[in-house]
Design a protein around this ligand. Structure first.
Ligand code: HEM
Ligand code: HEM
Length: 191
């Protein structure tokens, strides 16, 4: 139930997927919203604090998710019958890898923006991640620009990813989407 099999995602992979998906959408919206606020807006400091705190928690979650992924069997694509299926499976796989890379790009650039003045990142006033200070000139501005581009690129790719999931569900009518939503009935699982 918790672990993946070659046919199904297990409960933990499903929870990891949907918690991170929700966090990514929230972080994107909050990021765009908060940079428009003036310094005197009451939410200016809190918005940034929440964005950085959730960002660090999400980074930890994605690391755990990847450890879980490599220690579990890989879930096979629903169909590998035709060359077209194989091409689409390869595209989906590349999209997944780039999504993970994009997330790490955001964590690194987010860290570089936040710590360029040497300050630590306070995570929900619970613990802090030390800053290493300015590593290159105009670090905050450059990392901020790259952060914004990666965020838009990631959301574009997520849109493609969602279209792919919906195509599997409504056009191919296979279980690709369902198996990321539901844990299989334990009595019917075959590995
Ligand atoms: C999935 C993860 C993340 C997403 C989708 C995301 C998205 C965004 C977006 C869209 C902006 C607005 C950029 C702009 O208009 O200039 C932003 C700004 C910012 N983000 Fe993130 N972010 C993520 C993770 C992080 C992390 C992990 C940190 C720090 C630890 C961070 C720190 C910041 C900071 C400091 C800004 C303000 C930049 C500025 O003032 O120009 N972000 N983020
Ligand atoms: C409404 C939004 C979303 C839907 C409907 C969706 C759907 C799915 C489905 C059906 C799969 C399984 C694909 C397969 O079995 O080959 C999957 C996997 C995956 N999704 Fe999403 N997804 C969504 C949002 C996101 C977001 C926001 C991210 C991250 C930025 C993301 C990252 C991934 C990754 C990395 C995998 C591969 C999992 C693995 O490591 O095996 N998804 N998604």
């Amino acid at each position: 139930m918790f672990k993946n099999t070659s046919q199904h995602y297990g409960l933990l992979a499903i929870i990891f997927h949907w918690v991170s998906a929700l966090a990514v959408f929230g972080m994107f919206g909050l990021g765009l919203y908060m940079v428009e606020l003036s310094y005197y807006d009451p939410f200016y400091r809190d918005g940034l604090h929440i964005h950085k705190s959730i960002g660090i928690m999400l980074a930890a979650l994605i690391v755990l998710r990847l450890i879980w992924k490599v220690t579990n069997p890989s879930v096979k694509p629903e169909s590998e019958a035709t060359p077209m299926d194989k091409l689409q499976n390869t595209i989906a796989h590349v999209v997944h890898v780039v999504l993970y890379l994009g997330l790490f790009g955001l964590f690194v650039t987010g860290y570089l923006i936040s710590t360029s003045d040497g300050r630590a990142i306070e995570v929900f006033n619970w613990f802090s991640v030390p800053g290493i200070g300015e590593l290159f000139d105009e670090q905050s501005d450059i990392a901020g620009t790259v952060h914004l581009y990666i965020a838009w690129g990631l959301i574009g790719l997520v849109a493609l990813h969602i279209v792919g999931a919906l195509k599997h569900h409504f056009i191919n009518k296979d279980r690709t989407l369902v198996r990321m939503l539901k844990v299989p009935n334990a009595t019917k699982v075959e590995d």
